[in-house]
Design a protein around this ligand. Structure first.
Ligand SMILES: *Cc1c(COP(=O)(O)O)cnc(C)c1O
Length: 412
C-alpha cells in the first residue's frame, strides 16, 4: 500500500518510532487492540523463558529468595507507580482487577461507617458493577448500596450522603475520559471516598494520582502495560489512609510475617496488606519485564502521540466518503477521550471480523461498536492510513457481508 508523503513525514518525526522494534509482532500487522491485550515485547519473551528455564527449572523453590520472587508484587508495583503519578510504597501488583476492587471497596466502606451508598455510572465496565453488587448482597443494603447514574447526573448526585464514588476513568465503550482531578477533589470536599479504575488509562494517559488526592485505584496489567493474557492487576492506596483501613481478603501473604504461621491474622504494614495469596510468579515476571518498555519514556510523549494518531485516524475516516456510514460515538475533542475511538454501525461485528482477516486487528463491543485502540509504543502513522484504507475497501466491496464474518465465538 502506498503511504502518502505527509504521513511518512509524521513517522519520520516520531520520537517513539524505534519502540516498535522492541516488540515481537509481525511488522505487517496493524494492531489496534492494545487496549484489550497488549503485545509481547522481545525482552518479556526472553525474560519469561529464562524464569522458566533457570528460576523454576533449575533453582526451584530456592527462587523465592534467590530470585526474590517473594518481593515481585512490590517490585512490580514500584515500577507502575511513577507511570501513574504515585510516590513509592502505595502500589502493589496482584490478583485481577475484579478481586482488587472487592478489596479496596471493603477498605473504602470502613472509612465512612455512617454512609452506605456506592455511587457509580450506568455504563461502567460490568465487572466493576458486579463486584459492588456482590458486596452489597454480602453486607446488606444498609451497609452497601450500589447506585448508578448517567454521566450527566454524576456531579449533581454527588453529595454528602454518598460513601464511595467508584468510577472508571475512561469508558470502555466510548473512550470518554472523566476529569479525575475535578471529581476527586469534589468528592474529598464532601467526605466521599474515591476509587478509580484505571484499566483503560494506565500506560496510555498522564496520570497524577497523588496530585489528584485519589484514595484508591485499581488497574489492569494486560492492556496498555502489555503484561500478557491474565497478567496481574495493581492496587494503589494513598499512604495517608493506609494505616486507617483493613483489607478483608486477609490471606497469609498479607500477614506481617507469613512464615511464622501464626494462627491469628496480623496485617502487614503499608500496601503489602493488599496481598492475599501466593503471587502468580510467571505472570508477574512477564509484567515485570513488559514494564521495562516504559523505562525512560515520558508519559506526556505517549499521550501526545496517542492524540496525534487518533486525530489523523479520525480525519481519514471523515475524509473517506464511503465511511460516512459509521457514527463516531467517542468525544470528537481529543482531550475528552482516552486512547481509543469507537464507531457504531449495525454490521460492526462483521466489519471487525473482515478487518481482522485483512490484517488489521480491531475489536467489537456489543451491541454495535467497533473499537480502535491507539498505542504509541508500537503503532505508526502509516498504520492509521493502512487501517482506514482497509476499512474503506471492505465497506465499498461489501466484503463483510460474507457469512464467514458473521460467526460468533465465545470471546467477541
Ligand atoms: C479490562 C477491565 C477490567 C478487567 O477486570 P479483570 O478482573 O482483571 O478481568 C476491569 N475493569 C475495567 C474498567 C476494565 O476495562
Amino acid at each position: 500500500m502506498i503511504i502518502p508523503d505527509y504521513i511518512k513525514a509524521m513517522d519520520a518525526k516520531d520520537r517513539l518510532a524505534q519502540k516498535k522494534d522492541e516488540f515481537v509482532s509481525d511488522s505487517s500487522l496493524v494492531y489496534m487492540d492494545g487496549n484489550s491485550l497488549g503485545p509481547l515485547s522481545k525482552h518479556t519473551q526472553k525474560h519469561v523463558s529464562k524464569v522458566l528455564r533457570q528460576q523454576w527449572g533449575e533453582d526451584l523453590i530456592q527462587s523465592w529468595n534467590k530470585h526474590a520472587w517473594i518481593d515481585l508484587p512490590n517490585k512490580v508495583g514500584e515500577k507502575i507507580a511513577p507511570i501513574i503519578g504515585a510516590a513509592p510504597n502505595q502500589v502493589i501488583c496482584c490478583d485481577s482487577v475484579s478481586v482488587n476492587l472487592f478489596k479496596v471497596l471493603s477498605s473504602a466502606l470502613q472509612l465512612v461507617p455512617k454512609r452506605s451508598i456506592i455511587l457509580s455510572m450506568q455504563g461502567n465496565f460490568p465487572t466493576d458493577l458486579y463486584i459492588a453488587q456482590g458486596m452489597s448482597n454480602f453486607l446488606g443494603k444498609e451497609r452497601c448500596n450500589l447506585k448508578t447514574v448517567s454521566e450527566e447526573n454524576l456531579l449533581s448526585e454527588l453529595d454528602d450522603s454518598i460513601a464511595v464514588l467508584m468510577l472508571t476513568q475512561v469508558d470502555f465503550r466510548s473512550g470518554k475520559l472523566l476529569d479525575m482531578d475535578l471529581i476527586s477533589k469534589r468528592a474529598k470536599q464532601l467526605g466521599v471516598i474515591v476509587i478509580w479504575d484505571l484499566s483503560h488509562s494506565a500506560g496510555a494517559l498522564v496520570l497524577e494520582l497523588d496530585k489528584c488526592e485519589v484514595d484508591f485505584a485499581v488497574g489492569c496489567g494486560y492492556k496498555y502495560f502489555n503484561g500478557g493474557p491474565g497478567a496481574p492487576a495493581f492496587i494503589y492506596v494513598n499512604s495517608a489512609i493506609q494505616h486507617r483501613v483493613e483489607q478483608v481478603l486477609s490471606g497469609w501473604m498479607g500477614h506481617k510475617a507469613p512464615f511464622q504461621f501464626d494462627p491469628n491474622y496480623q496485617a502487614a504494614s503499608g500496601i503489602s496488606k493488599y496481598l492475599s495469596g501466593t503471587p502468580n510468579i510467571l505472570s508477574l515476571a512477564a509484567l515485570d519485564a513488559a514494564l521495562d518498555v516504559f523505562a525512560g519514556v515520558d508519559m506526556h510523549h505517549i499521550r501526545a502521540k496517542s492524540i496525534s494518531l487518533s486525530e489523523l485516524f479520525l480525519q481519514l475516516i471523515d475524509d473517506a466518503d464511503g465511511l460516512s456510514i459509521l457514527t463516531c460515538v467517542s468525544p470528537r475533542v481529543a482531550s475528552d477521550r482516552g486512547s481509543q475511538l469507537s464507531f457504531s454501525h449495525p454490521d460492526s461485528f462483521a466489519l471487525c471480523q473482515a478487518m481482522i482477516a485483512a490484517g488489521v486487528t480491531v475489536d467489537f463491543r456489543a451491541p454495535d461498536i467497533i473499537r480502535f485502540g491507539f498505542t504509541p509504543m508500537y503503532q505508526s502513522f502509516a498504520d492509521m492510513w493502512v487501517a482506514v484504507q482497509t476499512l474503506e475497501s471492505i465497506v465499498s466491496a461489501e466484503v463483510h457481508t460474507d457469512p464467514i464474518f458473521q460467526a460468533k465465538q465465545k470471546v467477541t
